[in-house]
Design a protein around this ligand. Structure first.
Ligand SMILES: [Zn+2]
Ligand SMILES: [Zn+2]
Ligand SMILES: [Zn+2]
Ligand SMILES: [Zn+2]
Length: 306
């Protein structure tokens, strides 16, 4: 077999090249330029941002995209909050109803027991009771404590509508698919919305964002290229770019340090700039070291060992 056919061989071993070609086991891949978002791309639509806006943490997005995102989130939060408050009031009502029903049941049982000659006073004198009576009394006490539903002769628990109450008592109860009364239920407790305000979703660690706090970014553009207005060098994903929050001009970090921070005014429009008015643009980077993010993507998959 010739050397060149390493990808297609009849060897007794499974070569690295062959393993790479199969969809088998954990895969690792170095991320290239195409896997990264460009510095001027919108984090929502991933295209070059149209009338770009920047948040306080340096995430760039189209004006239209970010406005619709914020509005959608606001609506979702409102809807979830409404659902949550409804669920809470419903739960409260159910609990009250359940409690009332339990009390009635208990009263009825007490009355019934009294009729057969077991008053609550008699119960206290345990020693004077016979064995049979003691058994009855234990049963009654169980009722009073209202600990668990009665079991019928077959040993199955009676259908119970007090699931919530039971779990409150800390009782361990395993669900079962074979007994309809013990089948796990899908109704889960409604939770309040995770965030009360719209979030900037550019990173895995979202932060609160307001429409008013967004700044419109002004790039110096020459054809398709974006330039630093000060040094006229093209801006790329691996260059550090700062945006003046007062006027929105985008200037490279080097020029910001040399001119803007020393003169305390914007290089383009001479707006007064303090160090806190300089927002640094978050970019995913393209180079080996740029961006500082994870450069290797790993897909974990199970592989059966022969
Ligand atoms: Zn967009
Ligand atoms: Zn952000
Ligand atoms: Zn520059
Ligand atoms: Zn400016």
């Amino acid at each position: 077999m010739s050397r060149h056919s390493k990808n297609n061989n009849s060897l007794g071993v499974f070569t690295y090249a062959e393993r790479q070609m199969t969809d088998y086991g954990t895969k690792r891949k170095r991320l290239g330029q195409d896997s990264k978002r460009r510095f001027d791309a919108c984090y929502l639509c991933l295209q070059t941002a149209i009338s770009p806006m920047i948040c306080r943490r340096g995430h760039i997005s189209c004006k239209g995209c970010v406005i619709s995102s914020i509005l959608e989130q606001k609506q979702a939060i409102e809807r979830d909050m409404k659902r949550y408050t409804q669920a809470i009031s419903q739960q409260r009502e159910l609990k009250l109803k359940d409690e009332q029903q339990r009390r009635e049941e208990w009263e009825m049982e007490r009355y019934r027991q009294r009729q057969v000659g077991l008053s609550s006073k008699e119960k206290k004198t345990k020693e004077s009771l016979g064995e049979e009576q003691t058994k009855k009394r234990v049963k009654l006490l169980k009722y009073e404590a209202d600990q668990q539903p009665q079991t019928n002769r077959s040993g199955e628990p009676a259908p119970q509508g007090r699931g919530g109450e039971q779990s409150n008592m800390g009782e361990k109860r395993l669900s079962s698919f074979w007994l309809p009364s013990m089948a796990p239920s899908t109704d889960q407790t409604v939770k309040p919305p995770a965030h009360k305000t719209p979030q900037c979703l550019a990173t895995s660690d979202p932060h609160a964002v307001k429409l008013k706090s967004l700044v419109e970014v002004k790039f110096k553009q020459l054809k398709d290229e974006k330039l630093c207005p000060s040094c006229d060098r093209p801006l790329t994903s691996s260059s550090k770019i700062d945006v003046m929050s007062k006027c929105g001009h985008a200037i490279c970090r080097k020029c910001v340090n040399t001119f803007v921070l020393t003169s305390k005014e914007c290089f383009v429009c001479q707006a007064k700039i303090e160090p806190k008015d300089v927002l640094s643009v978050e970019s995913e980077g393209t180079g080996f070291t740029a961006g500082g993010g994870q450069m290797i993507a790993t897909k974990y998959e199970s592989a059966l060992q022969a």
